[in-house]
Design a protein around this ligand. Structure first.
Ligand SMILES: *[C@@H]1O[C@H](CO)[C@@H](O)[C@H](O)[C@H]1NC(C)=O
Ligand SMILES: *[C@@H]1O[C@H](CO)[C@@H](O)[C@H](O)[C@H]1NC(C)=O
Length: 236
């Protein structure tokens, strides 16, 4: 039963970019929109400390969109499209990864001190004409690139092929971490952070076995940064 469920899910879901270990997305967590709202938007906002000016923000976004092969009109409101294009580019190999990180570096430099506010989920929500889900997808992308393009870069680029194996038949156990996370969250909705801790441990163990301990740490970090604002004290 579990096997056929996983088999079916991997066929259907991989086609839409789910469970890509190179760039985890919000869809991977199998949470409903309501759950995303509950678990990621329950705190009060505090973005007002710095400003995000729309003109440099637009310029920074134009540069990033074109670097990943998208029309200039692609903005943070098209978070799924941006994520998919970024993933596709990284999937081409080390040169694609370098191009994505160069584009990300340019994005950060253009925004300067306003980077944090421009990529803050509450700030983006305040701009309107979007939803919680889209904002999570966008902020997730930015957080993941922060890690992939800085402290995680060396480990990531020298293990691309091994990380990619989790996309294939070897990835059954990888995907099982996500299904288990979903089952745990639903069985015990008030212990989201406990489920998260178990989940990132599952990812850590999978990649340590499949690749090496550096990849185990890096992939665990990649997941951890997505939850760290809401679950304190998570460690890889
Ligand atoms: C993701 O991008 C690839 C390559 O550009 C494209 O073929 C595919 O349809 C896109 N998938 C989604 C879900 O947007
Ligand atoms: C997540 O878990 C719930 C509760 O066990 C289940 O009903 C749902 O189908 C699961 N979602 C996915 C995508 O497997």
């Amino acid at each position: 039963m579990l096997r056929s469920l996983l088999g079916l899910a991997s066929v259907v879901l991989l086609a839409s970019g789910l469970f890509n270990p190179l760039l985890p997305t919000v869809d991977d967590y199998l949470l409903t929109k309501q759950q995303v709202h509950t678990y990621f938007f329950s705190k009060s906002s505090n973005f007002a400390s710095a400003k995000c000016n729309s003109v440099p923000f637009a310029a920074a976004q134009n540069g990033f969109a074109s670097a990943v092969g998208l029309p200039l009109s692609t903005t943070w409101r098209d978070a799924a499209t941006l994520t998919n294009a970024t993933m596709t580019k990284i999937d081409t190999g080390v040169d694609g990864l370098a191009a994505v990180c160069a584009a990300r570096q340019q994005f950060v430099q253009t925004l300067g001190q306003s980077y944090d506010t421009c990529t803050d989920r509450y700030y983006l929500i305040s701009l309107g004409n979007t939803d919680w889900w889209n904002v999570m997808v966008y902020t997730h992308l930015m957080k993941h690139l922060e890690l992939i393009c800085s402290t995680g870069f060396d480990v990531y680029q020298s293990n691309l092929d091994c990380i990619r194996k989790a996309e294939t038949a070897d990835g059954t156990l990888y995907r099982a971490c996500f299904y288990k996370f979903n089952a745990t969250v639903n069985a015990n909705p008030n212990n989201f952070c406990g489920a998260t801790e178990t989940f990132i441990g599952c990812i850590h163990d999978y990649f340590t076995t499949e690749c090496n301990s550096y990849v185990g740490w890096m992939q665990c970090e990649l997941e951890r940064v997505g939850f760290a604002n809401d679950c304190y004290g998570l460690a890889c």
